[in-house]
Design a protein. Structure first.
Length: 294
């Protein structure tokens, strides 16, 4: 034994995003949960929180969902941030590591948002170069998440599903498929969400999808009276997103599925109830697959 923490595989079941306010409660009560996902940036400079997370990781499978790699940055991935992530990965030994198809760094300064990028051949080369660098340093596959968007760039020449599929083919990375983001983006761009999901299903290799995300979102009205959906992870999963999730499961098959809830954080029991709703759909998908097999 080398003293390294155990690596628990992430099951094709429903887990929850662990946020710092729930950490002590979870450690004390140790409820039944399939797996947990955390933002590694919350632990890079908080030694006490990291020590608690290590104790939690002795009992639950862990996934690290990063927000600061800035995979779409033409300047490349910040080496200091990547080094901090690498050290955290080595210490926690998570089963999955992921980040977003976005950028958030310019001129050495980190911006407090996950910003979209135009889907061009140049951007594709940038993202692939950055993903390859991350995977080289971490020594493992990275999952890349489809973003929520609020507009389309006039310069984009590659449809988003094809863009992310090309990244996966070129780099060997996996895809973290966020179903809520598909719905939010389609709604904001006045597209039918079912048609948008069909585009993703046609473009992505099922084997590339390593995880799915579900979340709630906010609805606001602009000064012009237009409805806008904001991906704030601050509510229950809505009925249309559940419906898209069922269709995604039917196409891609059961995948580890996370309930994300970051703002207006509810009690831990609420997250467990939301995960149970996802688990029911995963179980039904498994039953249908078994029935077809026999």
């Amino acid at each position: 034994m080398d003293g390294s923490p155990a690596v628990f595989p992430i099951p094709a079941q429903a887990g929850i995003g662990l946020r710092l306010p729930h950490q002590a409660q979870l450690l004390a009560s140790r409820p039944r949960l399939a797996w947990l996902e955390v933002h590694p940036e919350n632990y890079m400079a908080d030694a006490s929180a990291l020590a608690e997370l290590e104790l939690i990781g002795a009992h639950y499978p862990l996934s690290l969902h990063a927000v600061g790699l800035s995979l779409g940055s033409a300047e490349g991935v910040d080496p200091e941030h990547l080094d901090r992530l690498h050290r955290l990965v080595e210490r926690l030994r998570p089963a999955l590591v992921s980040d977003h198809l976005s950028w958030s760094m310019s001129g050495g300064r980190f911006l407090p948002d996950l910003l979209p990028l135009p889907y061009t051949e140049e951007a594709l080369r940038v993202v692939c170069r950055n993903v390859e660098r991350v995977q080289e340093i971490l020594g493992r596959q990275l999952l890349v998440e489809n973003p929520s968007t609020y507009l389309q760039f006039a310069a984009s020449v590659i449809p988003e599903p094809e863009f992310l599929a090309a990244v996966a083919r070129s780099t060997g990375c996996g895809v973290l498929f966020d179903v809520n983001n598909v719905y939010v983006s389609a709604s904001n761009q006045q597209r039918d969400a079912g048609a948008a999901l069909a585009d993703w299903c046609r473009s992505l290799e099922p084997s590339s999808v390593g995880e799915m995300h579900l979340a709630g979102h906010a609805q606001i009205r602009t000064p012009e009276g237009e409805e806008l959906r904001i991906d704030d992870h601050g509510d229950h999963v809505c009925a249309p997103v559940w419906a898209l999730y069922e269709r995604a499961l039917a196409h891609f098959g059961p995948r580890p599925t996370l309930i994300e809830w970051d703002t207006r954080l509810p009690a831990l029991a609420v997250l467990q109830s939301e995960a149970a709703l996802a688990q029911g759909r995963l179980d039904e998908c498994q039953r249908k697959a078994y029935a077809r097999a026999v």
